[in-house]
Structures are given as C-alpha cells and as structure tokens.
Design a protein around this ligand. Structure first.
Ligand SMILES: [Zn+2]
Length: 432
C-alpha cells in the first residue's frame, strides 16, 4: 500500500499532473496534488491502523459509538462536501479527536467525558468534518508523504498515554502515525471552527456551544494535564483568538439552537460511570513505565473489579504475566481479552508471544499474523521471523526480520542481529 502511494505521488509530481483545484468548502483555488479519489482511498487505508494506534474502538458500551455516529451523520448530511463519512469512538483516555482525509473521523473516550452537552459534541465533530471536507487533512497527508518520500523506513511509537507500553508500529503504519501527530495551522483551525459552526446551525444546534467548548479548552490548556498537551492541544491548538472569532461567528449566524444536555448525559452515562476504572488502568500503565509491576498489578485488579468487560484491562494483566515469565497465565489473560474485543492488535501480539514462549509455534504464528494485519509492529514481525527461521523457512524469516529491523527499538536491534548472524545485509536503523 505504502510503496504504491509513494510511487503514485512521485509520478504525479514528475509528470506535472499536480493541479489547481477549487476547494469544495471555501471555494478558493489551491494547489492539489492528491485527487478526491486518492484522498478517499488514503483515508480508508489509514483509518484502521490509526484507530489501532489510539487504543482501538471503545467496545464496553456499543451505544456510545452509535450515539456519536448519529450526531456525526446528522452534521455530515449538511456539510459542504459529500464524502463517505465515518465516526468512531476510540478507547483512549487522552482527550482527542481527529480526521483522516476522505471523512474518516474519530473521537476519544477521554474527550467525551469532558463535554457538557450534545451541542459541544457537534462542535467537535463539525470542526473535524471541516478538516476533512476542506482538504486540511489531505494537505497534512500530502506533506507527510512528501517529507517521507525519501525515508521509507520510519518506525513510530504509538502516540497516546494508553499506548506507552505498546509495540512499535512499522512500515505502512508510519504514514497514519505521522498524520496523527501533525499540528494544524492557525488558519486551518479558524476555518474548521467557522464552517463547523455553520453545520451546527443548519442541524439545529446552538452555535454558542463552540464558544463554551473553546473556552473550556483554553482554560484546560493553562493547566498541567499532560494528557491534554499530547491530545487535542497538540493537533488543534486552542487560543483566545478562536474564542473571540467563534463568538463573532455565533452572533453572525444569529440563531440559538438546542444544547441537548440531558440526552448527552443519558447516552454517555457509562463513560462517566467507568471513569474511575479507566483512571486505575491509566495509573497501572504509568506504574508499568516505572517498572513497578506490583503496583501495576494492584491497580489493574481494581480496574477489572470496577469494569470486568473492558478487554484492555485483561490485556494489561497478560502483559504483566508475560513480563514476569508466566506465559501460561499470560495466554489465558490475552484470550479473555480477545473474547471481549477481537479487533485490537495488542491482544493478538501478546497471545502470540505467550504461545511462542509455551512452544506452540503454529498457534503463535496465527495470533501474530492476525496482529500484523491490524497493525504491523516490529515485535510481531520479529517473532514471526524467529518462528519461520525455527521451521527452516529462511526466505519468510528474512522478509519478517527485515520489516522488524526498520525499528530503532531494542526489538529492531534484535532483528538486525539475527539477520547479521544469518549473513543477510541490513541497513543501519533509521533515527526516528
Ligand atoms: Zn482542528
């Protein structure tokens, strides 16, 4: 996928097909390298990996996902550009929201719990819809593609606090990660607020909710909460200017719609109820970073007691067991996690590593291959390479190890050493 995209882009640059086009939202003429079709396919291809990097989808209460989709689709039908819009809630406590090109949007569990009403949710989604519709996201991706055209072998750490203990994404996932970590310009932010508020007014929401939302963000950005710094504030910087502009825009729109505070509280009640469980889990991940396994174990047990249906909690138990060389226990924990959420790569990576440690190579390979299909990681490719080597499939082993060797992490180093021992030439790890 990645190689194709890159060749396509370079081809367009060389043949001079990069052309001027009219922006579907602002009506202005601008340079456009990526066509609408490419925009949609880039977004679709990177949507899955990007979700995986941010904790996967929130599954405990499927009603929450349905609710955000409902509000999102209402706004999408009045947007200035028809796109195959999609909306998901991601299982991360980091307050964040993002848009991939082609209308692929996401909002984190940790942002929903900070909102006061449905109109504020509409303000978040209207803003992100505009990023996609006005091609801001496509321009971000265009920049990422151009920057990386010469350096394909970029290994990226998954971004959120939830993911600090996560394996590193490699290869094609690097593009999704680079787009997630980019920051929009001041102009793009003002434009996204402006048009997003128009969509709010058209669907009967009170545009002033975009003012109160921005005020909350400015207030919170003055605090020291690192979650906020690495979340929404990094990609969509709030400012006093945005508060003022949004107030002007609301006056100009001249309508007062609904806030729908009661409905918002009712439909997202499970998130508030489970907030302490996720706080325990986040503290456990932090303890893990400090290598305090005992503390992490206690905290994750608290989290499970509060919400036994959350797969992430059982996955973390599995990770702790694996770290302490108890693979049989780890496999049971990961299988429990997979029975609750069979769509998240980390549980497959963990189950694969546990099965490998238990000398069950076929089962291990199955799990690891599933993980790689969701999100390619150096950890999984390295393990798959070792498994292939053990059964004498040298060609496949080299293929997997070469991908793992792209990462400058310890596991990438391990893959390079294995390749060296096999007499296979490897490039030095990239910085990144
Ligand atoms: Zn933004």
């Amino acid at each position: 996928m990645w190689r194709m995209t890159r060749l396509l882009l370079l081809g367009l640059l060389v043949t001079g097909l990069a052309a001027c086009a009219v922006n579907p939202v602002t009506g202005q003429r601008e340079l456009s390298i990526i066509s609408a079709d490419q925009e949609i396919s880039l977004g679709s291809q990177n949507y899955g990996p990007a979700q995986q990097m941010q904790g996967g989808q929130y599954k405990v209460d499927p009603q929450v996902n349905a609710y955000v989709r409902e509000v999102g689709q209402k706004l999408a039908t009045v947007a200035d550009r028809p796109l195959p819009y999609e909306f998901v809630v991601l299982n991360s406590s980091v307050p964040n929201a993002w848009a991939m090109p082609g209308g692929k949007l996401a909002v984190n569990r940790g942002l929903l719990t900070e909102l006061n009403n449905e109109a504020e949710l509409a303000a978040v989604l209207g803003h992100e819809i505009t990023h996609a519709a006005a091609r801001h996201s496509a321009q971000q991706m265009q920049r990422a593609l151009l920057l990386q055209a010469g350096v394909m072998a970029v290994a990226v750490a998954a971004g959120s606090a939830d993911e600090r203990y996560a394996p590193l994404a490699v290869g094609s996932a690097a593009l999704a990660a680079s787009v997630l970590s980019q920051r929009y310009s001041r102009e793009a932010e003002l434009e996204a607020d402006h048009y997003g508020m128009g969509y709010m007014a058209r669907t009967g929401y009170d545009p002033y909710a975009a003012v109160t939302l921005q005020e909350t963000f400015v207030r919170l950005s003055g605090g020291r909460n690192s979650n906020w710094v690495e979340g929404l504030f990094a990609s969509h910087p709030p400012s006093a200017e945005r508060v003022a502009q949004n107030r002007l825009r609301a006056q100009q729109l001249g309508v007062r719609g609904e806030l729908d505070a009661e409905r918002f509280k009712a439909r997202t009640a499970s998130l508030l109820r489970d907030k302490p469980a996720y706080a325990s889990y986040d503290a456990a991940v932090k303890a893990l970073g400090e290598k305090d396994f005992k503390k992490a174990q206690g905290l994750v047990a608290q989290a499970i007691e509060r919400q036994p249906k959350e797969a992430l909690f059982h996955g973390l138990l599995g990770f702790l067991a694996l770290q302490q060389s108890r693979p049989s226990e780890a496999l049971t924990d990961y299988q429990r996690a997979l029975s609750l959420d069979g769509d998240y790569y980390q549980h497959y990576v963990g189950a694969g590593l546990a099965a490998k440690a238990l000398n069950r190579p076929d089962q291990a390979a199955q799990y690891l291959e599933k993980s790689v299909a969701l999100l390619p990681t150096a950890t999984a490719h390295n393990a798959l390479g070792e498994l292939a080597l053990a059964r004498g499939d040298r060609e496949l082993a080299v293929e997997h190890l070469r991908i793992a060797a792209q990462s400058d992490s310890p596991v990438g180093q391990q893959a390079r050493e294995t390749l060296n021992r096999m007499g296979v030439a490897v490039n030095a790890a990239p910085k990144g």
